[in-house]
Design a protein around this ligand. Structure first.
Ligand code: NAD
Length: 381
């Protein structure tokens, strides 16, 4: 049985779903590995490195999709790729099932079994396959690096012969996976780091990383913005107002803002308003990791970097993991390889698509010509 990875077709995508290392592991599971020529180039993996790892290099996408029984890729397939799907083939990829009717219908009609990486249930057993988390971790790190690259000063305070340098003040809004990675990066660079989240239970995590949790002047019991499964819910108007008031108070004093606040299946909440941007010092930087979902900052332009009239840089890039393609490919390929391990219980190169398994079931969005999305709620937590 052959598992193959095509070159990503999405403009500007640098990641690849199979690395020489992951291919070695996949071969131990009994699979033959295929890669389209040049697929790993932008992530730092040449054809020669794959060949050394026992991978067969295939010249065209058509041949790759035809030969591979299992296709592993990063981005949801585009129209051309959907046409290449075939009966009995397994596709493991991000697939955006909730907003990809064309893809769902195509996979169903063709009889391809699709495992959507964003649907991996977030339970402990599945953490090793949780590509949303591995990519969010990179985005959080890179957001701080990107901010630093656009900030004219040190993060850490210094007393030098040439003068005293104050430490940068960083505010991270939203302390989920990306936010916590940003906090860790910011504190390790020596910035004074503040963080806020509507889920007060993360305060302890934030503080354990050396940052200060921003509490609102709000009744304790009403502070709770947690909904089910560790995700946020929409804040009450009173809570949102208290949050904005606090941010307005902080804005003139903060050098770097990293926003990561998201609410499942909604546009990103608007938390950093125009007047807050206007009250920031020139040279300040905002990195808006919610740009894909409309942005947490009112002035964010998706996929762009802008500088406001008062000299604040606002970065709305949505491709941070791709900007660290080697690291991202290594982690993503490992997520895929763990998925394959669970799909190959006998390590004999035979895929067993066990729809009784909560994790496999949860991530499968089409199976044997049926749409199997959304999945039933998981039995175990
Ligand atoms: P996310 O990307 O959906 O949201 C990012 C953060 O924004 C969340 O922490 C959310 O509370 C916060 N937020 C929403 N509205 C806000 C507002 N108005 N102001 C400030 N912050 C706001 O979240 P995520 O990073 O995917 O993580 C969500 C949860 O899932 C977390 O509790 C995380 O620990 C948990 N998780 C569990 C596992 C696992 O058990 N395997 C894996 C990954 C994540």
């Amino acid at each position: 049985v052959k598992i193959g990875t095509p070159k990503e077709v999405f403009e500007g995508e640098n990641r690849v779903a199979m690395t020489p290392d992951s291919a070695r592991q996949l071969q131990k599971l009994g699979y033959d590995c295929l890669i389209e020529t040049g697929a790993g180039e932008k992530a730092g993996f040449s054809d020669a490195l794959y060949e050394e790892a026992g991978v067969t290099v295939i010249k065209t996408p058509a041949a790759l999709w035809k030969e591979a029984d299992i296709v592993a890729k990063v981005r949801q397939p585009d129209g051309g790729e959907l046409k290449r799907l075939r009966e009995g083939q397994t596709l493991i990829s991000f697939f955006n099932p909730a907003a990809n009717e064309e893809g769902m219908e195509a996979a169903k009609k063709k009889g391809a079994n699709v495992i959507a990486m964003e649907m991996v249930p977030r339970i402990s057993r599945a953490q090793k396959m949780d590509a949303l988390s591995s990519m969010a971790n990179i985005a959080g790190y890179r957001a701080v690096i990107e901010a630093g690259n656009n900030f004219g000063r040190f993060f850490t305070g210094q007393v030098t012969a040439a003068g005293k340098v104050p430490p940068a003040k960083v505010l991270v809004v939203g302390a989920g996976v990306a936010g916590l990675a940003a906090i860790g990066t910011s504190t390790s660079l020596g910035a004074i780091t503040y963080a806020f989240d509507v889920r007060p239970e993360v305060a302890e995590q934030v503080e354990s990383m050396g940052a200060e949790f921003v509490f609102l002047d709000f009744e304790e019991e009403q502070q709770d913005g947690s909904a089910t499964g560790g995700y946020a819910s929409v804040s009450s108007p009173e809570f949102a107002a208290a949050q904005l008031a606090k941010f307005r108070e902080l804005a003139p004093d903060i050098d770097i803002v990293i926003t990561t606040a998201l609410i499942p299946n909604r546009e990103a909440p608007e938390l950093w308003t125009k007047d807050m941007v206007e009250s920031m010092k020139p040279g300040s930087v905002i990195v808006d990791l919610a740009a894909e979902k409309g942005g947490n900052c009112k002035l964010t332009v998706k996929d762009e970097k802008i500088v406001t009239d008062n000299g604040v840089t606002i970065i709305g890039y949505t491709d941070f993991p791709s900007r660290m393609a080697t690291q991202a490919s290594n982690l993503y390929a490992t997520n895929i390889r763990h998925m394959m391990t669970d799909l190959t219980p006998e390590k004999d190169g035979q895929i067993v698509h066990n729809m009784e398994d909560d994790v496999i079931r949860g991530a499968t969005v089409t199976y044997e010509k049926e749409i199997t999305f959304p999945p039933p709620p998981p039995k175990v937590q």
